[in-house]
Structure formats: C-alpha cells, structure tokens
Ligand binder design. Structure first.
Ligand SMILES: NC(=O)c1ccc[n+]([C@@H]2O[C@H](COP(=O)([O-])OP(=O)(O)OC[C@H]3O[C@@H](n4cnc5c(N)ncnc54)[C@H](OP(=O)(O)O)[C@@H]3O)[C@@H](O)[C@H]2O)c1
Length: 318
C-alpha cells in the first residue's frame, strides 16, 4: 500500500510518501481500501508538535507514525469477530481518536465500532470529509450544549469544517443561529441556513450582537473564548474545542455565571449513525470545497494550515 509517514515533528517536508506492506485485519478489525481522506487542523497540529503527538497518543508513539483520522472507502477484508461489515461494504468513520487513525494511506485498519455504512446519496469525497468535523460539532452542539428549539446560538467560524456542521445541527434542532466568518465567506455561511451573518473583521463580534444562550467557540485562543463569555445570558452555555484551556477560562466562566464545556472529539459510530441519517435525508450537507489527489496531499495540508479553508478539504485516493 501507499502511505504518508511522519519522519519527525515539523513542517510538511517531514511527511513522506512511501510504499509499505499491505495490511491484514484480525479480531474485530476491518480493512478498508481508502477512497477519500478528510484533512483536518488536528493533522497539521500533530504534525507540527511533539506535545500534540504525545497528547493524542497518550505517549504511545509507534515507530512509524501515519497521520490522518478521517476516511471513507470500501471494506476489503474483516477479522474473525466482525459481524457488522463484510467485504464490499462502503463505509466511513473517524478512526482511533484519541490515538493514531493512520488514514493517510491507501489501506486503513479500523474497528467496527468506529465505522458506519455510507448512504448511497453521499459521495465518497463527502463521506471522507465528514467524520472529525461533524462528530466534533455533534459532541459540541448536541452532547455538551444540548441546544434546544428557539435558543439563540452563536457559532464562530461557521465557514470552517466544524462550524459548518455546527450551524446545520443547531438549525436542525430549531435554534436561531448566528454564524461568523469574514465577508468573503458570507454567501457560504448564509447557504448553511443561518438566521444572521456576522463579519468578525468589521468590528469585534461582541459589538455586533445581543446576548445568546449558547456559543460554540471553535477559535484556538483563550482570549477569544473569554470574549465569548461576555455575550452569553446568565446560566447559558459555552462550548470550546481546547479542553486544556479549562483552567485559564475558569474565572471568566464564574464571572459570567455560565457553564463551560471543553470538547475533545472521540470516535463514535453511535453519534456518526445519527449524523448519517441527517446526511441521508438531505437535512445536513457536507460541503467539500476543494479536492486533491493522493500525490497532492501536501497541498491539501497547506490549505488547512492557512486557517482560511472554507468547508472541507479532501484527498481522493482514486
Ligand atoms: N477539540 C477537538 O476535538 C477538535 C476537533 C476538531 C477541530 N478542533 C479545532 O477547532 C478549530 C476549528 O477546526 P475546523 O476544522 O473548523 O477549522 P477550519 O475548517 O480550518 O476553519 C477555517 C475557517 O475558520 C474561519 N475563521 C478563522 N478565524 C476566525 C475568526 N476569528 N472568527 C470567525 N471565523 C474565523 C475562516 O474563515 P475566514 O477565512 O472567513 O476568516 C475559515 O473559513 C481548530 O483549531 C481545530 O484544531 C478541535
């Protein structure tokens, strides 16, 4: 099989394409021939930082590190304990999060509790782009914030991978949703169904809106998340995606008298099944804005690393 290995933490030049032995599924493993691999900021962060690599693997770093967690593909072979899937099934999932998913390859091993069947109306590119961003948004909007009908919800970076799903999940729950991005992404954010669009480059977001019940803050900045506490009603909820910021945020949460929840996404076929039924019914759409070939994976990572990606960026393996 072809795969990208991370030679050492650092820039994209440290990610090298190599030829490796084919994989074999045993026990509860499923062997997937990949069709599409979603690229996420986590891939870049773990590539860049040995702290992040240590954190995500719990210190168990294998000799050969293959990045990537999102995958869609076709089941090639299953281990003797697998009952949910058979060769030929079209599947997708977030693999081994936390841990190493090793999806930057033409073959991937997963366990059956990380995978779901791909609905026929969804392309492989959309399926491969979905798992990490959609599961993060689900675990933020549904599991942690428990958004209710009629609530006012602010989603920061609504044009990003996580944000574009968070908007759609909150709308599907009947919330009034405000989404932020810069002006160039206004049409994209409005196409997701937001009730209000807010350009964060025009003026500080807190000067542009009244109080909300929930904020989904996807921005990787303690200062930004502290600002979000100021726009939430007493007793409201703030969800942020850097759980290690918890201590730094404690006093701001107490001052604002709101609840704060840090989300660290985890593989969950159960959550992914709920997301899949929304995709199958067309109530939620994965918006893939750029695709790259397997040989162009470095370019795909560069787009994500820029912080300016719109929707999802995907590598197609064939
Ligand atoms: N904890 C977890 O489990 C978990 C899981 C997934 C992701 N994350 C983290 O969540 C963050 C978002 O992930 P993602 O996949 O959604 O990223 P992404 O797709 O790369 O987000 C890019 C988008 O962010 C927008 N943006 C950047 N700065 C902004 C700001 N200050 N206000 C509003 N919008 C802004 C950009 O819009 P403009 O170009 O218009 O500015 C762009 O469209 C990353 O830091 C990622 O590491 C954490």
């Amino acid at each position: 099989m072809k795969a990208y290995i991370l030679e050492k933490n650092g820039g994209i030049k440290n990610v090298k394409q190599v030829q490796l032995n084919d994989l074999e599924a045993t026990g509860s493993q499923v062997l997937i021939e990949t069709k599409a691999i979603g690229i996420n900021p986590a891939d870049v962060q773990v590539r860049n930082s040995d702290f992040m690599l240590n954190m995500i693997t719990g210190g168990h770093i294998p000799e050969q590190v293959i990045l990537g967690w999102d995958v869609a593909g076709v089941v090639k072979q299953v281990g003797e304990n697998v009952t949910a899937f058979k060769p030929g099934d079209e599947v997708f999932g977030l693999i081994s999060m936390p841990g190493l998913g090793s999806t930057y390859a033409t073959q991937v091993l997963a366990t059956e509790d990380q995978l779901v069947l791909k609905p026929e109306n969804i392309q492989f590119s959309e399926a491969g782009a979905t798992p990490m961003a959609a599961l993060t948004a689900w675990q933020a909007v549904v599991t942690k914030a428990n958004v209710k009908q009629g609530e006012r919800v602010l989603v920061h970076a609504a044009s990003g991978g996580v944000g574009h799903f968070a908007v759609q999940f909150a709308k599907n729950l009947g919330a009034y949703v405000i989404g932020t991005s810069s002006a160039k992404n206004e049409d994209f954010v409005r196409s997701l169904g937001v009730d209000e669009f807010l350009d964060y480059t025009k003026a500080p977001f807190e000067e542009q809106l009244g109080k909300v019940d929930v904020v989904i803050d996807t921005i990787n900045s303690v200062e930004h998340i502290r600002r979000s506490t100021k726009v939430i009603h007493l007793g409201g909820r703030l969800v942020y995606l850097q759980p290690h910021f918890a201590e730094a945020l404690e006093s701001s949460l107490l001052d604002a008298r709101i609840a704060g929840f840090g989300v660290f996404v985890s593989s969950s076929a159960e959550n992914l099944k709920e997301i899949t039924s929304l995709l199958a019914s067309g109530k939620v759409k994965t918006k893939v804005t750029q695709t790259f070939t397997f040989d162009e994976l470095a370019e795909a990572q560069n787009v994500v690393e820029s912080g300016r990606a719109t929707g999802k960026i995907v590598v197609i393996t064939e």
